[in-house]
Design a protein around this ligand. Structure first.
Ligand code: HEC
Ligand code: HEC
Ligand code: HEC
Ligand code: HEC
Ligand code: HEC
Ligand code: HEC
Ligand code: HEC
Length: 314
């Protein structure tokens, strides 16, 4: 009897260790995707040219190259390319009509979706539609403009390193405001130089590395974690005191979330402490703890059933 319990416990331990490792590296790299990456993951691609009957190699359009490392780290890492793109892309040369394919929007999948309810997509959608980007450019300015479909990964909510989140978020804005080519996808006006527009701000480099663009440019609300209503430049925060004082606006957004998160159910616990905008936090993840708890419960159940069966069979 004792031996059996030991075996069951041993198996349960193994399962526990395995499942925790599994949680870290659980993305299976889809075979279908690797066919796409064979061409879209590199600077050159090769194909059999039947006209001249040999394999030829060409350069890939740099905007069509997708970083497979970033792809398998992002929110939609479990996706196959053809979950969003047409199945017809599995053929090469791609059919010309595919260019006209309509891409799904975030809300097509996330509206009323329980699993991602905490993000409040509906409210973000509203806010975005009141932003300067949407009101001035409606249709062509989509959520994908800021959320790269092949690399966007949540940060503000999960990354313990606030400075990394600031850089991540600011790069989203700068991917366009510091890149004429992308800017011109949206507007044929001349792109203002963001360095010049912020001349009035001393220590610009420090500020851009320590403050998110949205802290000064978006209307902050309580309903969503990341404000999406970018306002006209005339509304932007310019007063130093709004941040350089005790109960500053800045603290209301990014930094205070940590303190709020403490009290809320999901994510992290342990004190995520605040001092002068820096977050010190030895955070543990609740989900891993729940997982261990569930597995422990299952083990007890198995032992219990086992003992009963033994008792019955005697
Ligand atoms: C043999 C190489 C090759 C393979 C395999 C391949 N592609 Fe492409 N793909 C290209 C090339 C070259 C282009 C750009 C020119 C063109 O459309 O032919 C392209 C363009 C695209 C475009 C952009 C079309 C546009 O104009 O906006 C998408 C989207 C795309 N591929 C998706 C995929 C997906 C998804 C897969 C896998 C199911 C895949 N491709 C497999 C070579 C390939
Ligand atoms: C979550 C949905 C989604 C998945 C998964 C996805 N894509 Fe895309 N992809 C898009 C969207 C949306 C666009 C159009 C982006 C835009 O209009 O700014 C796009 C554009 C592209 C383009 C054209 C690039 C451009 O800037 O126009 C290529 C090439 C491409 N995808 C290939 C792939 C490949 C290869 C995979 C798999 C490794 C893949 N996609 C997976 C949504 C997705
Ligand atoms: C084709 C359907 C589809 C589209 C389009 C789509 N998503 Fe998702 N998204 C999902 C699914 C399914 C998941 C759950 C992924 C998983 O568990 O592997 C998810 C997960 C997420 C997550 C949660 C990641 C996490 O770690 O909890 C975020 C954030 C997210 N999506 C944002 C977006 C945004 C922003 C857009 C538009 C720019 C978008 N999604 C477009 C289907 C989609
Ligand atoms: C002007 C740029 C921009 C546009 C447009 C945009 N977003 Fe975002 N979004 C961001 C930034 C920046 C973040 C913060 C990313 C991070 O650190 O996790 C974010 C975060 C998010 C998050 C995660 C918030 C959280 O609670 O963790 C969701 C969900 C989201 N956006 C959905 C959308 C949807 C839906 C749209 C279109 C209706 C959209 N976004 C359009 C810039 C944008
Ligand atoms: C400390 C607050 C603050 C921060 C941080 C900040 N901005 Fe600004 N920004 C402003 C103010 C105020 C203006 C209006 C300046 C004026 O009209 O003189 C402005 C103007 C702008 C304009 C309009 C430029 C023009 O000349 O038309 C853009 C675009 C812009 N900011 C983008 C950004 C981006 C992108 C970031 C992040 C990298 C950022 N801002 C960070 C306060 C800020
Ligand atoms: C895909 C490109 C793109 C991205 C990404 C983008 N913007 Fe913009 N933004 C524009 C364009 C284009 C305009 C000009 C709108 C107009 O006046 O026609 C603009 C205008 C602005 C303005 C000035 C509005 C005014 O009153 O003149 C601000 C402020 C701004 N963006 C902030 C941001 C912030 C903050 C982010 C990141 C959260 C961001 N943008 C991301 C393209 C972009
Ligand atoms: C949106 C909030 C915000 C606004 C508005 C703002 N600052 Fe800052 N400022 C910060 C943050 C955050 C830091 C970085 C603090 C740190 O690293 O300890 C900073 C740092 C500084 C520093 C120290 C720079 C260094 O290198 O150590 C100076 C000086 C400064 N700000 C002056 C100003 C002045 C003057 C204004 C008004 C014209 C202003 N700030 C507006 C948030 C802001």
């Amino acid at each position: 009897m004792k031996k059996h319990i030991l075996i069951v416990l041993f198996l349960a331990m193994a399962l526990l260790i395995f499942s925790q490792n599994e949680a870290k590296t659980s993305v299976k790299h889809s075979k279908e995707n690797s066919k796409c990456f064979a061409c879209h993951g590199a600077h050159t691609y090769s194909f059999q040219n039947d006209m001249i009957e040999r394999i030829v190699t060409k350069r890939m359009n740099p905007y069509f190259i997708i970083d497979s490392v970033l792809y398998y780290e992002q929110n939609h890492k479990s996706f196959e390319c053809i979950d969003c793109h047409s199945y017809d892309y599995t053929e090469f040369p791609h059919n010309n009509d595919l260019r006209m394919e309509q891409m799904p929007s975030c809300l097509d999948c996330h509206e009323g979706d329980d699993a991602t309810e905490r993000f409040n997509f509906e409210e973000i959608y509203e806010e975005f539609h009141e932003s300067v980007h949407s009101t001035k450019h409606s249709e062509e300015f989509t959520c994908w403009m800021c959320h790269n479909p092949h690399s966007y990964k949540i940060n503000a909510r999960t990354n313990e390193n606030v400075l990394e989140t600031i850089v991540y978020d600011n790069n989203i804005c700068l991917s366009c405001h510091a890149d004429v080519d992308k800017y011109q996808l949206i507007s044929d006006k001349e792109k203002p130089n963001v360095i010049d527009s912020h001349d009035w701000l001393p220590n610009q480099i420090t500020h851009f590395a320590r403050v998110r663009c949205i802290e000064c440019h978006a209307q902050i609300t309580d309903d969503v974690l990341v404000a999406h209503q970018i306002q006209p430049k005339s509304e932007a925060v310019k007063k130093c005191a709004e941040c350089h004082s005790k109960n500053a606006e800045l603290l209301a957004s990014l930094y205070q979330f940590r303190a709020k998160e403490n009290r809320s159910k999901y994510g992290f616990f342990n004190a995520a402490m605040l001092s002068d905008g820096y977050v010190i936090g030895a955070n543990r993840n609740v989900y891993l703890n729940i997982l261990s708890g569930v597995i422990f419960g299952l083990v007890v159940l198995v032992i219990f059933i086992h003992a009963i069966l033994r008792g019955v069979s005697k």
